[in-house]
Structures are given as structure tokens and as C-alpha cells.
Design a binder for this molecule. Structure first.
Ligand SMILES: C[S@@+](CC[C@H](N)C(=O)[O-])C[C@H]1O[C@@H](n2cnc3c(N)ncnc32)[C@H](O)[C@@H]1O
Length: 401
């Protein structure tokens, strides 16, 4: 048995770059987290969850809003810095900054290297450099997600602990006290929430997920003979519920020589307001509960990323049934880019997302069996499930049955 000193010494100096690949890093992270849980007392765990997380999140958001991370990077070059200097750069109260920097330093989010002097960590650097990462602490989480987690237990108690399945009568409406809108309609009416929501999705896509072009052989899409309609080529990829278009941007970066009009970005009109995409990507407001517009029918690929997990089975089936007539048999494919809940030891990222879907939309993450049932219920069939090792999400390739 290693002594405490030996154990601690072997942990010192370990960082994200200590591993030869991402799979090893994830394995180490999970092992260390499991060890932490064994070391923690029950009180430690309850303290972290109920006191630390809310206090630290509030401090982080305040420091972001005051411009601390950005000014630290832009005006001080990211070098070690005092709270006096941070107050000078931001105009915020020095004592307020000191209290909050002390708090986040206690969580090892910045490093205290001398009295009242802090050094950046990769996390603090990312907050400065990446607006969508800072958006993880934005309105979408503070004003929406965390509010819904607050009411979820009360809502479920009131329902007699029933698994929720109605997107128009669930925890979201319980929180709002109003049954006239679901979460997406609510987000769409508030431009700031819309922007925060889009940032959050972009950030998930950038940091949390393996890009779809690394999972599915997109060469086969580009190489296939394009179908035409009266001489006009059909779209290659229609991204349904595509948000800011980050998945089409990834496709375009991989296949820069495709012709204009090949890529179509669809979402609700409010969500698409002000999206900034390459001129090669056609932006097309579209509600997926209605038929595909004629010019987007018969596409080679319809792509849905984290769309169906937002909807309970009945609504998800309706979305698929509405899309199916636009798919050309033997040519069109639907790529459903989603997580699969494993039957044994499912990934924590997926199980947490599952409860988020429940809290916001009475929806759920699905197992392979549930995906198969859903796809078949809409008259479609699964060709193959592309399941990358160590990736959170898979691609379910679907054709007209
Ligand atoms: C979880 S987000 C995923 C966004 C994007 N595909 C991604 O992976 O980042 C779900 C998207 O579905 C869109 N959406 C919701 N209801 C819709 C509808 N009725 N028609 C079209 N898009 C809708 C939302 O606006 C949102 O952008």
C-alpha cells in the first residue's frame, strides 16, 4: 500500500497533457473522480453539491460579467495578476473581486501563486478566448436550466412521481405557471436567451462531442451522384434544427469544394435571426412539424443533431413521419446524431443530459432499443449505427423502409 506521501507525489504534476490520447485522458479522469468519491465523506459530497456548486457558479458568472477573464487576457496578456490590478482593469470593487477570486481559487480554477496573486489555468484562458465557452455560464443555464432543476423535484412530487411525457404539460409549464408555451417557444421570444442557447449548443459541439464528419464517412455523401430536379441539383445535406450551423461548418471545412446550395441550414425563424454562416450555406427557416419545402425535398442527407432527444416519443415520431415523404427511397439518408444510453454503466454525460431533457421538455435520451422502436414507428429503418469509441454520441443512419 502506497503511503499518503507517495500517492500525493504521483498525482502532482498530472495534467490534461499527461496522456497520449483522449481515451487515456478520459479513463484517468474517471478513475480519479471515482477515487475522489471513495475518499470523500458523505458530508464532503453534500457540501460540494449544495454549497460549493451554486456559490462557485454565481462567482464565475459575476467575474465573467465584470470582464475579469477577458481583461486579464487582453490587457494583461494573461500573466499572473493581483486583484488590485483586476479591479483597476475592470472598474469593479476590489474587495468583491478578491472574495470571488479566493473562492474560485479554492476550487483550483485559477492558481494562487503568491498572496492575492493568481495565475491562469486552461479553464480561465478558455473563458477569455472563447465567447461560447463563457456562454456556458450565461442566461441559458442561470435563467433556464438551473430554474428547472429547482422545480423538478416539486413537480414530480405533485404528479405522484410519474415519468413525464407531455412536452406541453411538464416541469417547464409548472415552473412558468403557464401552459401556453414549451421551452423552445419561450426561448425564441427572448433574443438574449436565444443567443445564449445557440452559444451553449455551439459550445457543446466544440468541446463535448466528436465532430460528425469524424464519425460518418462524409466522402460517400460528396461522391454520390447528385440527384437533380429539372436540372437543379438537390441539396447534399439539410441540417434540420441546426441552430447556428456549426455542424454544416464542419462539413464545409472537410469538403470546401462543394457547389452553392448544397448545404441547407434549417431551424425556427427566431433562432436563425442573425446567424452568421458561409455564403455557400443556404439558411432556410423551417418548422420540422411541417413538410419539407419543395426545394429541400429529395436531399442526399437529412441531418438531425440532438434534435429528437428534445422530444418525447409521440412528438419525435411525428417529426420523423413528417420528414419521411421528403426522403427518396434508395438515395436519401437520415443521419440521427445522438447519444445512446448503454444498458450497463451508461456515460454520466448521457445520464445527466437525460435528466435535463426530462426537466426542460419531458423528453429523454434513448437506448439502442428505444431508437430502433422510434425509427420503425415512423416507417423508417436503420441501416447502421456508427458508434465511435470513447465518443459521447453515435450516428444512426436511417433510410426509407
Ligand atoms: C438541442 S438544439 C440542437 C441544435 C443543433 N442541432 C446542435 O446540435 O447544436 C435543438 C434545436 O432544435 C430547434 N427546434 C426546436 N423546435 C423546432 C421546430 N419546431 N422546428 C425546427 N427547429 C426546431 C431548436 O431551435 C434548436 O436549435
Amino acid at each position: 500500500m502506497a503511503s499518503a506521501d507517495q500517492l500525493l507525489a504521483s498525482l502532482e504534476g498530472v495534467s490534461a497533457s499527461s496522456f497520449s490520447n483522449e481515451a487515456e485522458r478520459i479513463r484517468a479522469r474517471d478513475a480519479v473522480f471515482e477515487a475522489l468519491r471513495r475518499i470523500q465523506s458523505p458530508w464532503d459530497i453534500a457540501w460540494d453539491q449544495n454549497w460549493v456548486n451554486p456559490a462557485i457558479n454565481a462567482s464565475i458568472k459575476t467575474l465573467i460579467d465584470a470582464g475579469v477573464f477577458k481583461k486579464w487576457a487582453d490587457d494583461a496578456g494573461g500573466a499572473p495578476i493581483t486583484c488590485t490590478k483586476l479591479a483597476e482593469l475592470t472598474g469593479a470593487d476590489e474587495l468583491l473581486i478578491r472574495r470571488m477570486m479566493r473562492a474560485i481559487s479554492g476550487q483550483f480554477l485559477v492558481r494562487e501563486i503568491a498572496q492575492d496573486t493568481y495565475a491562469q489555468t486552461p479553464w480561465a484562458k478558455a473563458l477569455a478566448e472563447e465567447p461560447s465557452f463563457a456562454g456556458m455560464y450565461g442566461g441559458f443555464y442561470h435563467e433556464l436550466n438551473s430554474q428547472m432543476f429547482r422545480t423538478l423535484p416539486y413537480y414530480l412530487k405533485e404528479t405522484g412521481f410519474k415519468n413525464p411525457t407531455d412536452v406541453n404539460d411538464c416541469n417547464f409549464q409548472f415552473w412558468q405557471g403557464d401552459k401556453n408555451a414549451n421551452m423552445f417557444q419561450y426561448v425564441g421570444t427572448n433574443p438574449r436567451l436565444t443567443s445564449d442557447f445557440n452559444d451553449a449548443m455551439e459550445c457543446h459541439s466544440k468541446y463535448n462531442l466528436t465532430p460528425w464528419v469524424d464519425i460518418y464517412p462524409t466522402d460517400t455523401v460528396v461522391q454520390s451522384v447528385a440527384e437533380t430536379d429539372n436540372g437543379q441539383p438537390r441539396p447534399l445535406v439539410v441540417d434540420i434544427g441546426g441552430g447556428k450551423g456549426h455542424d454544416l461548418k464542419k462539413f464545409l471545412a472537410r469538403h470546401p469544394n462543394i457547389s452553392p446550395g448544397s448545404l441547407v441550414l434549417q431551424d425556427l425563424p427566431d433562432i436563425l435571426k442573425g446567424v452568421d454562416v458561409d455564403a455557400l450555406i443556404k439558411v432556410q427557416p423551417h418548422d420540422f412539424f411541417t413538410a419539407q419545402p419543395p426545394e429541400s425535398q429529395g436531399a442526399r442527407v437529412y441531418f438531425m443533431h440532438n434534435v429528437l432527444h428534445d422530444w418525447p416519443d409521440e412528438a419525435a415520431k411525428k417529426i420523423l413521419q413528417t420528414l419521411a415523404p421528403a426522403m427518396k427511397k434508395g438515395y436519401s439518408r437520415l443521419l440521427i446524431h445522438e447519444s445512446l444510453v448503454s444498458s450497463v454503466k451508461p456515460l454520466s454525460r448521457v445520464t445527466v443530459s437525460d435528466i435535463t431533457m426530462m426537466a426542460c421538455l419531458a423528453a429523454a435520451e434513448r437506448s439502442e432499443e428505444q431508437w430502433r422502436e422510434l425509427v420503425a414507428s415512423a416507417g423508417l429503418s436503420i441501416v447502421k449505427i456508427w458508434r465511435p469509441v470513447q465518443s459521447v454520441e453515435s450516428i444512426i443512419e436511417v433510410e426509407v423502409a
